[in-house]
Design a protein around this ligand. Structure first.
Ligand SMILES: [Zn+2]
Length: 479
């Protein structure tokens, strides 16, 4: 088993991550550099993520649709900042059917342009608004430095694209989605996030305002985990999305777009994982509990399997995502390590002694060793397991929140800021000038993460230049 062990996080966090993704059976490298294959276990996790979000979007009036992968290259020229932002990452199709194409086609890196083009045809009157469409699919960005889930050329996501009659309604939509993203992270992924506004240099190409949720990983780097943008009329003007308002005059519409991608799986790995492998929050785990039957002789096997099968059915019928590991070609020890690596929140061992006592042994993934072990009666197991799953979910969020809060500091001065961002986040007043932001980035590699929506009442002075400043910002190194 020696070669199966991960490097510890402290030894080599990047390598720990790379090996964990493969060994937990989440994803694999594709033959095309920078692309990934999401394996069934990883995809099951993604499905649990998407089904929660999809339900929330539908509750708030959104509908799903599909737009094409190929976009005329000329569409990107229509919004100046958008083309500048995405040009370096575009993959372009020049040939099809053995012929050189007259019009080159981009493989979508994001779909504002094609969707904006279609919306200009669909939106005619105020009665057509708001238009609230979500597309689920993948996009392609030609990334040079890639890492499974965190940054791959092709990645999976949803992109919401909405059109509104007024700026207020569009901004309200941007924040409504940001709230859904925050709730997803807290309640489902057990990741505490900070909601805020991106600086001018960090915002989405072509956006008026970009908001984000930012999370702290185990190495204290930040990961932008979701974004929601307000475009004002920028894209409406580029794509002629106009409508007749109630006064019967033609006006440009207000639009938004927003996304969470398969990157969020990378965040879950880096926030919750330990030196033994992945730890998944029960709400999203494809397998919430694994049953490992333990026996030596055939007569033991018969007795143990009978009880294991019965408990498996009980839990399954109660809606718990349960797996019975009845492989007979590997040892129990192998199974323990395997499920530990894959981050299954709870393990249930059933052996001959448990059968006699009418009990089972439970082991919590988030508390390795004795602390996480308990012996419970077979009667009432559904209730016991459900209660423990809730406890594990809560304790993962608590642990991640305490870790994050312990690693955010308020610098006394600029030198202090430099020290803090070497191994944590700094929360400080900033004058919001590009110069001060660029200086921090150049001298420390830390960027502004976001200007949180919750701000102190008092004003302060910029941590870099000392000018008066109204709002505080988070500085951190980021993925
Ligand atoms: Zn400044």
């Amino acid at each position: 088993m020696a070669e199966d062990k991960l490097p510890t996080r402290a030894e080599d966090f990047a390598e720990w991550y790379n090996q964990l993704v493969l060994k937990a059976d989440l994803a694999d490298y594709a033959p095309v550099r920078g692309c990934m294959v999401v394996k069934p276990y990883g995809w099951a996790l993604w499905e649990n993520i998407t089904s929660w979000l999809d339900a929330e979007f539908k509750k708030t009036g959104h509908v799903n649709a599909a737009f094409p992968t190929l976009i005329p290259l000329s569409f990107f020229e229509k919004e100046k900042e958008h083309v500048e932002g995405f040009a370096p990452e575009l993959a372009v199709v020049t040939h099809g059917g053995g012929q050189e194409l007259e019009e080159k086609l981009a493989v979508r890196p994001t779909s504002e342009t094609i969707i904006g083009y279609m919306y200009s045809k669909w939106v005619k009157s105020w009665r057509d608004l708001p238009l609230l469409i979500v597309q689920w699919g993948s996009v392609l960005r030609w990334e040079l430095r890639t890492k499974l889930f965190l940054r791959t050329a092709e990645f999976y996501w949803h992109e919401g694209h909405t059109v509104h009659a007024s700026a207020d309604e569009a901004k309200e939509e941007m924040y409504r989605i940001l709230d859904i993203y925050e709730r997803f992270c807290l309640e489902e992924a057990a990741i505490p996030v900070i909601k805020g506004i991106k600086s001018e240099t960090e915002r989405f190409a072509g956006a008026h305002t970009t908001t984000s949720i930012e999370a702290m990983m185990w190495d204290k780097k930040a990961l932008q985990s979701g974004t929601s943008h307000y475009f004002s009329t920028n894209f409406a003007k580029a794509f002629e999305i106009q409508f007749l308002n109630k006064e019967n005059t033609l006006q440009y519409a207000e639009t938004t777009s927003w996304a969470i991608s398969s990157r969020i799986i990378g965040a879950m790995i880096m926030v919750h994982g330990d030196d033994q492998g992945l730890i998944l929050p029960p709400r999203l785990a494809p397998i919430q509990i694994v049953i490992v039957p333990i026996f030596r002789k055939d007569d033991e096997k018969e007795k143990v399997m009978e009880v294991a099968d019965r408990i498996f059915m009980e839990l399954k019928e109660a809606g718990i995502r349960v797996k019975l590991d009845d492989r007979d070609n590997v040892s129990s020890g192998f199974k323990f390590n395997d499920w530990e690596m894959r981050g299954v929140p709870l393990r249930m061992d059933i052996g001959p002694k448990d059968i006699e006592k009418e009990s089972v042994a439970l082991a919590r993934r988030d508390m390795p060793g004795r602390d996480g072990k308990s012996f419970v009666p077979q009667a009432g197991l559904v209730g016991t397991v459900n209660k423990l799953l809730v406890e594990i979910q809560d304790s993962l969020l608590k642990r991640a929140t305490e870790f994050r809060d312990a690693n955010i500091h308020e610098p006394k001065d600029y030198d202090d800021l430099k020290k803090i961002v070497a191994d944590g986040w700094a929360f400080a007043y900033w004058c919001e000038s590009n110069e001060c932001e660029a200086k921090v980035k150049e001298e420390t590699k830390a960027t502004t993460r976001n200007i949180p929506l919750n701000q102190p009442d008092t004003e302060g002075t910029c941590i870099v230049c000392g000018e008066k400043s109204k709002r505080k910002v988070y500085f951190a190194k980021a993925y």
